[in-house]
Ligand binder design. Structure first.
Ligand code: ASP
Length: 590
């Protein structure tokens, strides 16, 4: 058996005989002496074989990179000149006495040093090799530490860890379901859960009172940006607690987590309404590390003779904003063009700007292609409202409100990152008072969260004015990323039915899809609420990784494909027959 991990050895083991197991990281032959860097999950140690160990020396001579070996040897101090301060084990080495090759290895597909430049596709194809890299091990180790801290906190606070089904019915979280055909009920399908939402609510009806689960969730989305078809949530639900109490418990959980794992003291989380977040930052997950804000200027732009501005300024669904960037006047034409291109992804048709060179000189001191459309008075009011100073650049967004928010909201973050305007390392907050519904653009209401979220108004008010109603929902946001979100739920059957009707789900359909929930609400459902945190994103932020794929052991690519196992795969005709499935197209057919 192993006596120590390679990476755990230090001077306190000098003169001890140790048994190590690991992989050959590097092998060097220094004039008759062989040096092996032996690696395991805890680190690397240098093992030296002298020719006087004959048979073992011969073996040491024949091992190659990534061979798996067992070594017995004596720990000794390195001589003065050979100490390696770069290595944790750099003050010692192991004088090898025995070496047994447990398995050979072909040359690995890429080098295992920290700065491997190999493409992600290759790394994912040989993920088991990729995960041998110390930086990957340390991310997975931190992930394990995080889940264990979270479990500890929730256990201490009386939450029960309860599993819920993976084969289930659809859960409306706004994405497409992954379906699993049933063999025993031909023509019918299970859905994989988009979240354990309904089951955790049912657990509250059962009186479990406080529940949690580190739960796998599945969403068949067109993979925009950094999403995975399966991901992990820290899923929480509790009865008889107000939204403030749920927010307070989970805020403590996250603050304690940062304290214990990263030694970071997060500030107490400020609360901001959805309305304020959208108006000042164009986003419901504002990155508050960046001190730039969207400033409304509709009133000033109504009269200007510039259609691009006065159109949206006079349109109730339009918005005109300015974004002042201190020191931004130094941006080059090319950089501004790049930003224009960047915001076009969000549907913006252009990016107007004014550079403030000399504010004291009035319009003369400004530089911009749009100045000719504005009279002196408008310019003066604009500069006053923005507190413009020499060296600023002012960007403008004018369009439908949604486009302006998304485009200028994204520009705000991009410019903040590019010019390194961050004022702090961690900026968490709660966003609250979300609207209950949003207009899907075709005259229908869709829930902003999910249909089980409680409104903060009465059923009558909700029915009379769905567009104005707010929900008792809350999102925790960190550095511009939504860490988690949840709400107080509806525990009253009549109110739940009202929400279904507003969403266009008639009685029959509600019974068909959610009959079990509506029944449960009749049998003594306590007031309850909860939330879920995205574990992958939390780990990504805490490890400083660039993508969630870096903190998931076996992630899928952007096209929801596992390049290592080649999943999803083709199945046999017989299997399809058993499932009562006839393919309309063969795989690969156009
Ligand atoms: N089920 C919700 C989600 O997955 C979280 C919650 O409301 O608890 O976003």
């Amino acid at each position: 058996m192993r006596t120590q991990y390679c990476g755990a050895l230090d001077t306190s083991y000098i003169d001890q005989t140790v048994t190590l197991y690991g992989w050959i990281h590097r092998r060097r032959d220094h004039g008759g002496v062989i040096f092996l860097d032996l690696r395991d999950r805890e680190g690397i140690v240098q093992v030296v074989f002298d020719p006087d160990t004959e048979e073992h020396f011969q073996r040491a001579d024949r091992v190659r990179g990534e061979y798996v070996i067992r070594v017995v040897g004596r720990v000794r101090a390195r001589t003065e000149g050979t100490i390696n301060p770069e290595m944790v084990t750099g003050e010692i080495e192991v004088l090898g006495k025995e070496l047994e090759v447990l398995n050979q290895a072909e040359t690995p597909p890429f080098q295992l040093d920290e700065h491997t430049e190999v493409g992600e596709e290759v790394r994912l194809r040989y993920r088991y090799v990729d995960l041998r890299r110390p930086e990957m091990i340390s991310k997975l180790r931190l992930r394990s530490r995080i889940t264990s801290e979270i479990r500890h906190f929730l256990d201490e606070n009386g939450f029960l860890d309860i599993e819920t089904p993976i084969l289930t019915r659809e859960t409306p979280e706004g994405a497409r379901d992954y379906l699993v055909p049933s063999r025993t009920h031909g023509g019918k399908f299970f859905a994989l859960p988009q979240s354990p939402q309904l089951f955790k609510q049912l657990l509250m009806v059962s009186g479990m009172d406080r529940y949690y689960q580190i739960a796998r969730c599945f969403r068949d989305e067109d993979l925009r940006a950094d999403r995975q078809p399966e991901f992990t949530q820290i899923d929480i639900e509790a009865s008889f607690l107000s939204n403030d109490q749920i927010m307070s418990i989970t805020e403590n959980m996250i603050r304690q987590l940062f304290q214990n794992v990263l030694d970071v003291e997060l500030p107490p989380l400020p609360r901001m309404t959805y309305h304020e977040a959208m108006s000042r930052y164009g986003s419901d997950r504002p990155d508050l590390r960046i001190p730039l804000e969207l400033v409304d200027i509709d009133d000033l732009m109504r009269q200007v003779e510039f259609k691009v501005f006065n159109g949206p300024a006079n349109d109730p669904k339009g918005r005109v904003v300015a974004l002042k960037v201190s020191g931004g006047a130094k941006l080059s034409r090319k950089e501004i063009d790049d930003y224009t291109k960047y915001i076009s992804i969000y549907g913006a048709r252009g990016l107007a700007w004014i550079k403030v060179n000399d504010i004291a000189a009035g319009a003369e001191g400004l530089q911009s292609p749009i100045l000719k459309f504005m009279n002196e008075q408008v310019i003066e009011q604009l500069m006053q409202r923005l507190n413009a100073e020499d060296g600023d650049i002012i960007f403008f967004g004018a369009d439908k409100e949604k486009i302006v928010n998304e485009a200028i909201g994204a520009l705000r973050v991009k410019v903040g990152e590019d010019l390194n305007l961050f004022t702090c390392q961690w900026a968490p907050l709660w966003v609250v008072d979300f609207p209950m519904f949003e207009d899907d653009g075709k005259g229908n209401w869709t829930p902003l969260h999910h249909p089980f979220t409680s409104p903060s108004c009465s059923a009558e008010e909700l029915r009379d004015n769905p567009g104005e109603a707010l929900s008792i929902a809350y999102d925790m946001v960190l550095n511009g990323t939504e860490l988690g979100g949840g709400s107080i739920r509806i525990h009253d059957q009549a109110l739940q039915n009202t929400v279904f009707r507003i969403l266009g789900i008639d009685e029959d359909r509600a019974r068909e899809k959610f009959g079990f929930l509506l029944d449960a609400l009749k049998f003594g459902c306590p007031p309850h609420g909860g939330l879920a945190f995205g574990l992958d994103r939390l780990v990504m932020l805490m490890t400083g990784a660039d993508s969630i794929r870096e903190v998931i052991a076996f992630p899928k690519t952007q096209s929801a494909h596992c390049v290592m196992t080649d999943a999803p795969g083709i199945v046999t005709q017989q299997h399809l027959r058993e499932l009562n499935i006839n393919l309309r197209k063969q795989p690969g057919e156009a």
